[in-house]
Design a protein around this ligand. Structure first.
Ligand SMILES: *[C@@H]1O[C@H](CO)[C@@H](O)[C@H](O)[C@H]1NC(C)=O
Length: 205
């Protein structure tokens, strides 16, 4: 009887020790902070992602209405302070409008800076400020960040991972921000669709 109890206690102690060794090992691995993933493509065939950068701005509600009329949803990578400030009453209302109509909220960082030139602290601030704004306005935390200009380095990936953000770029640029006319953009979309790629991840503004 005594021996059995002793054996059970010994086994219990041994398992606690091994559990704490495991936890310690895990902690050490977490501290290494593997770089965050970078998405450039849709993962499900026959899907198209319509993503919009640099808002919120004055056309946001019209884009939302247009998408909804086509039974589509967009992903909006919002800045905090770019064309407009996300905390201006009218901009806040537009963000809420997009969220309330079922569109995806995402971050494009606060000021649209070149992230590769920032240190770790500055990166956290650029990312945190817009994550916080979207949370205050909609009640959701974003899961995706699009780095301005699509630029990132190992530190950007590390900070994104620490913040629980997956970086998301694109595989088709509508070139609207590069000065393409409406006709040119439409032409680019038409020929892209004509080539029938299995997936498309678009960049629009
Ligand atoms: C997706 O489409 C590509 C190209 O047509 C094909 O090679 C791939 O097997 C497809 N994947 C799935 C999961 O159907």
């Amino acid at each position: 009887m005594f021996t059995q109890k002793f054996l059970v206690a010994l086994l219990l102690a041994a398992s606690l020790v091994s559990a704490s060794v495991l936890r310690f090992g895990l902690d050490k691995r977490i501290k290494k902070r593997a770089p965050g993933d970078v998405i450039t493509k849709c993962t499900v065939n026959n899907t198209v992602a319509l993503t919009f950068d640099d808002g919120p701005y004055i056309w946001l509600n019209e884009i939302v209405d247009t998408l909804n009329a086509a039974n589509a949803k967009g992903t909006f990578f919002f800045n905090g302070d770019n064309f407009g400030c996300i905390y201006d009453e009218a901009m806040t209302a537009r963000v809420k409008y997009a969220y309330d109509h079922g569109h995806q909220m995402a971050s494009h960082t606060w000021r649209h800076l070149h992230l590769n030139s920032l240190n770790e602290h500055q990166l956290h601030v650029e990312m945190w400020a817009v994550e916080e704004a979207i949370y205050r306005i909609t009640g959701v935390y974003v899961a995706f960040t699009r780095p301005p200009f699509g630029e990132y380095n190992a530190l950007v990936q590390q900070v994104a991972a620490a913040r629980g953000q997956t970086l998301a770029n694109w595989d088709f640029d509508s070139r609207d921000a590069a000065g393409a006319s409406m006709a040119q953009t439409l032409g680019a979309y038409t020929s892209l669709i004509g080539s029938r790629p299995p997936t498309i991840l678009t960049l629009n503004h």
